[in-house]
Design a protein. Structure first.
Length: 722
């Protein structure tokens, strides 16, 4: 009882302790839940409609696109620019596909398997033909896609995909590429169906068709007098607040943005080699030149690789296009055995030595068939390969012998791009390529490989062209560690002393740096200020930056040769840009000032009734030829297109001076039509023009609807974080 009484006396305290413990437990779970949500959000690359795209899905999309590009180009390594281009294309394709599929599903539009089969059977679709040529599914006689070759390949793939055959990986690579191609074809057909649907909804008529024909085919020549807006001083046409607001209401539809943007001011310093650095590099290149000149052909690979050249030595004949442009430009003029260099190339900031080992005519395309001989027992491999060679030399049929060993022995095509851009080639593949390039049609060779033998028979050789074996030493003219440290320490000191934009601008002058500006930066630009590898700076700009806050110091550029710091001066949210936004104000001011300048210039031309009178009023005069209603006239002196002027000239009577000045994009115009070439009525084909107009109208409507779809999709693009 005493214990119970003591507990009762501490009841309030006990309740508080228990309550606090429960609160702590709940808070901990809530924290875990929030942390989990944040982690999920960090993995979210984008959102389109209600579809969230996580990092794994995005990465798979990019990997497929890159592998497809490598296969098409015949190269294993892509430059940074190529990688970014491929990624952007893959992303845009994904966005388009997502939006199209959403709309197609709503209206019940699909692409059936039967339609896909018809596409392959016909074999005339350009994308099908291109894919077929790259993968060997085109009939060499007709040049058309051969669906039977595709079916046969898929059968062979299914038979070989679980084997340890050296060709299994190649089968898998081609199969994956075809799967991607088929997916793209299906998406393309769906898009075409959607466009056809729009085209079918918009029809033209004979009257509109005839007007379009006349607008396109009737050409006018006119003598034009004009006063440019640049002839009026800006101080004479200061816009009022009311005028700016009125103009904003008039054109505000053009101020809608689908993503956030940033304005930045930045300092970028590129570190370059000092005189001492260049002297040391020149000394090294003297040694490289001697080694390359004196090396035996068999030693060239070792010598080139020991220099750390950016171009590895490949002992196979390659097209000029496989070499960098500056090297390719010199190969034709060199003689075999000649060594050239050192030669400086300012375009890529490099020193170069070139030794031309050989120049020969070899086929760029080789048709061949092959029998693979594989076994864990090397002796069995050799015995079987010898047996096959004996049978073939005795007049045996290649295909029949191949089937005897469980293979088809079908003909394949090998092309130069399959190897010419490679940075390294395994010895097995090297021997195989040399065999393909040197055998004549009808010849057979037993090629020993590390995992077996390959019996190769060349059937045909095409596209003979000059190819080169060249040893190239290419190295960047780089700065030394001491040079970099000196530049870094100075720049770091500058950044440390600059915590605001005002301080950054003041200190830049003291340190001899220049402050530059970039407006309307969007995250999908991937880099800031066109500086390569500034991805981390981009992440900070869109994820952490506050206005007027100085960024950390970033080391950017291909060789970390750029020292970079910046300030976000303005953050523009997506959607309709505000009237008070500085960028909006700047554009509105220009538009209103042009309106007021036009009023002054039109008043100046009041009463002008001839070109001579216009000259006296201070006008410039020019003759515009081949002006049509369908194409915008270009005024060379003002460097601008003037659609209103085109319309006025096309509708004016020949020989009659314009009734009133035309207000254009860059000035005010008066004119007289001096000549007109009327369209030949016999050229008019009503049905053809109606079809063209229907398609043109549909495309215009489709673009408008597409922009509306993009806005309503409310796309969140976080790719800059990854």
């Amino acid at each position: 009882m005493a214990v119970l009484g003591k507990i009762r006396s501490k009841g309030v305290t006990l309740i508080c302790v228990i309550g606090f413990a429960l609160f702590a437990f709940i808070a901990e779970e809530a924290f875990r839940s929030c942390e989990s949500s944040r982690n999920n959000a960090r993995q979210q690359v984008a959102k389109i409609l209600d579809k969230k795209v996580d990092y794994q899905e995005y990465q798979k999309l990019i990997e497929e696109a890159e592998e497809n590009y490598k296969a098409r180009s015949g190269r294993e390594n892509l430059t940074d620019d190529e990688q970014q281009q491929v990624r952007d294309q893959a992303w845009q394709q994904f966005v388009n596909s997502t939006l199209f599929n959403d709309q197609a599903e709503k209206i019940g539009l699909t692409v059936t398997d039967e339609e896909m089969q018809n596409l392959f059977t016909q074999g005339t679709n350009p994308m099908v033909i291109q894919a077929g040529q790259q993968m060997g599914f085109v009939n060499q006689q007709t040049g058309r896609f051969d669906v039977s070759l595709l079916r046969k390949f898929i059968d062979d793939y299914n038979k070989n995909k679980t084997s340890n055959s050296p060709m299994a990986a190649q089968y898998k690579a081609v199969y994956d590429r075809w799967t991607q191609t088929e997916h793209q074809l299906r998406e393309g057909l769906l898009m075409n169906k959607m466009q056809v649907l729009f085209t079918s909804c918009l029809l033209s008529n004979d009257v509109e068709a005839k007007m379009a024909f006349n607008d396109e085919k009737t050409e006018s020549e006119a003598l034009v007098a004009f006063l440019g807006y640049n002839s009026v001083n800006d101080n004479e046409v200061k816009p009022t607040e009311a005028e700016l607001k009125a103009k904003y209401d008039e054109v505000k539809a053009g101020f809608y943005t689908t993503s956030e943007t940033r304005d930045i001011k930045y300092v970028d310093v590129q570190v370059t080699a000092s005189a001492a650095d260049r002297k040391a590099l020149d000394a090294n290149f003297k040694n490289y030149l001697k080694e390359v000149q004196e090396a035996e052909a068999a030693e060239l690979g070792r010598v080139v690789n020991s220099t750390a050249s950016t171009i590895p030595f490949i002992n196979l004949p390659r097209s000029k296009e496989a070499f960098p442009m500056d090297i390719a430009a010199r190969l034709d003029s060199m003689s075999v055995g000649q060594t050239l260099g050192p030669v400086e190339n300012k375009d890529d900031n490099s020193l170069n030595i070139i030794r031309l080992v050989s120049k020969e005519q070899v086929p760029d395309s080789v048709q061949y068939c092959m029998i693979q001989v594989v076994d864990q027992d090397i002796n069995k491999v050799q015995t079987r390969a010898d047996s096959i060679m004996n049978a073939l030399n005795g007049g045996g049929d290649f295909a029949a012998i191949a089937k005897k060993y469980g293979q088809q022995g079908d003909s394949l095509w090998f092309v130069g791009q399959n190897y010419e851009s490679a940075t390294s080639i395994p010895m097995d593949m090297m021997d195989m390529i040399k065999t393909l390039l040197t055998l004549n049609p009808g010849e057979v060779k037993n090629v020993k490989m590390s995992q077996g033998n390959a019996i190769i028979k060349v059937l045909d050789r095409k596209a003979m062209k000059d190819k080169f074996i060249a040893a190239v030493v290419k190295k960047s003219i780089d700065f030394s560690k001491d040079t970099y440290n000196t530049a870094y320490n100075k720049f770091s000191e500058f950044v440390t002393k600059s915590s605001t934009l005002k301080e950054l601008e003041a200190n830049a002058k003291k340190y001899g740096y220049t402050v530059q500006e970039q407006k309307n930066v969007v995250a999908n630009q991937h880099v800031l200020a066109n500086i390569k590898r500034s991805h981390e700076a981009m992440k900070w700009a869109f994820d952490e930056a506050k206005e007027d806050k100085v960024s950390p110091l970033y080391e950017c550029g291909d060789n970390a040769d750029h020292l970079f710091v910046f300030v976000v001066t303005k953050i523009h949210p997506k959607g309709l840009q505000d009237f008070n936004d500085p960028n909006v104000q700047e554009l509105l001011k220009t538009l209103v000032m042009n309106d007021k300048k036009a009023e002054k210039l039109i008043a100046k031309l009041k009463g002008v009734t001839s070109i001579d009178a216009a000259k006296k009023a201070g006008c410039q005069v020019d003759t515009l030829k081949q002006v049509t209603f369908a194409n915008n006239a270009f005024v060379q002196a003002l460097g601008t297109q003037e659609p209103k002027l085109s319309g006025a000239i096309s509708s004016a009577k020949k020989g009659v001076f314009s009734k009133a000045p035309i207000k254009g994009n860059a000035g005010v115009y008066v004119f007289i039509v001096t000549n007109r070439k009327e369209a030949d009525p016999k050229q008019f084909k009503a049905a053809e023009y109606k079809q063209q107009l229907g398609m043109s109208n549909a495309q215009g409507l489709f673009q408008t609807i597409w922009q509306d779809m993009m806005q309503k999709a409310d796309i969140t693009d976080n790719r800059y974080l990854f």
